[in-house]
Design a binder for this molecule. Structure first.
Ligand code: ASP
Length: 346
């Protein structure tokens, strides 16, 4: 038996060139278990609304025969590598120290495998590192410096992920922590962009194989070391090749307590339609919400969404408060659809 170190080193040597040189997200082989995904489905890819470009790319690849996980990771790579998207990967909003720390997880239905990274620094595509954890280790999750070292050993290139735009937002946030500090001379009216955001993507192929992935820079200005729901298998995303997949965006702290993605898939298993499964999961989240986060009307002050696909290709999205949309691509093309909302407009 090779030692773990030898295994990792030889795996890294074998794959480093390919990871760096291949187009990001290109296919790697999986040991697919015969019959695990048996059953025809309507192929479909769904994602949070920031995945509109990604669902199209992933769908086209799946229809052309690509593995569902490789295809959706290629889909979320578009957002991870987009410096203008401040919720994911390169350009993501940093933590309280001004450091971008990324979380991601994925599940591959046909092989019943999962991988995850938390608090990963300097690597723009945590979804691919999560998949490398799945493919090349006997573990599910690596965090912090260990995750970074692993990624670099596997051939991922470290880079500064803090764009000038996100650095300026962080400076404005810091300048206003204490109004009497006057640390920087910023006008109090300068708007700071949304402090949350994530991309979740789930897919079903014509053969009924299913995969899911979620990747994020997490809550902006978070306590360094904070890990959200996105890298938690069963919270940020979950996939069961016999049933379906689900994933989430929004307040991760609320989701972790409810094991939301797992719960949504369990509701699917019990026979609920995808949107109903997502709504029932939101109800559980509300039931688990602490009093300080409930407004005078009895509703959570935060928002959260679930995106659910069933093995036969049915799909749905749900949100606590109206307004959220989700991206879909199937044989009718890529588009945004409205999430059903648990509550009416405020
Ligand atoms: N769920 C993410 C987190 O809590 C943030 C988000 O989706 O807005 O890290």
């Amino acid at each position: 038996m090779p030692s773990r170190r030898e295994f990792l080193t030889s795996a890294a040597a074998a794959s480093a060139a390919s990871i760096v040189a291949r187009p990001v997200g290109a296919a790697t082989p999986h040991a697919v278990e015969v019959g695990a995904g048996a059953g025809a489905a309507r192929p479909v890819v769904i994602a949070s609304s920031n995945g509109l470009r990604g669902v199209k790319l992933a769908y086209d690849r799946i229809v052309a025969g690509a593995d569902t996980l490789d295809a959706i990771i290629a889909g979320v790579n578009i957002t991870e590598l987009d410096p203008e998207d401040q919720s994911v990967g390169l350009g993501g909003l940093p933590n309280a120290d001004g450091v971008v720390q990324l979380d991601a997880s994925c599940m591959h239905g046909p092989t019943r495998r999962a991988g995850a990274v938390g608090c990963l620094e300097d690597i723009a595509t945590p979804s691919l590192v999560a998949k490398a954890v799945m493919d090349y280790t006997d573990h599910i999750m690596l965090v912090g410096e260990g995750a970074r070292r692993f990624a670099i050993e596997m051939g991922f290139r470290p880079q500064n992920l803090l764009t000038e735009r996100s650095r300026q937002d962080w400076l404005r946030w810091r300048a206003r922590l204490n109004p009497t500090d006057a640390r920087l001379d910023y006008d109090g009216d300068v708007a700071i962009r949304s402090t949350t955001g994530t991309i979740n993507m789930n897919a079903v192929s014509a053969g009924g194989d299913i995969s899911s992935v979620t990747t994020t820079s997490g809550m902006a200005w978070k306590v360094p070391g904070r890990v959200g729901d996105s890298p938690i298998v069963g919270a940020g995303q979950y996939c069961d090749n016999l049933v379906g997949a689900a994933g989430s965006t929004g307040r991760g702290e609320a989701n972790i307590k409810a094991c939301g993605a797992f719960l949504a898939v369990e509701f699917l298993r019990q026979g609920l339609a995808p949107a109903q499964a997502a709504l029932k999961t939101l109800e559980r989240i509300v039931a688990m919400t602490e009093a300080r986060l409930i407004d005078p009307q009895g509703r959570p002050r935060f928002d959260i969404q679930f995106y659910v696909v069933a093995k036969d290709g049915r799909y749905g999205g749900a949100t606590l408060h109206p307004g959220a949309e989700f991206a879909v691509c199937d044989d009718r093309g890529a588009r945004l659809e409205k999430c059903v909302a648990l509550y009416p407009a405020r």
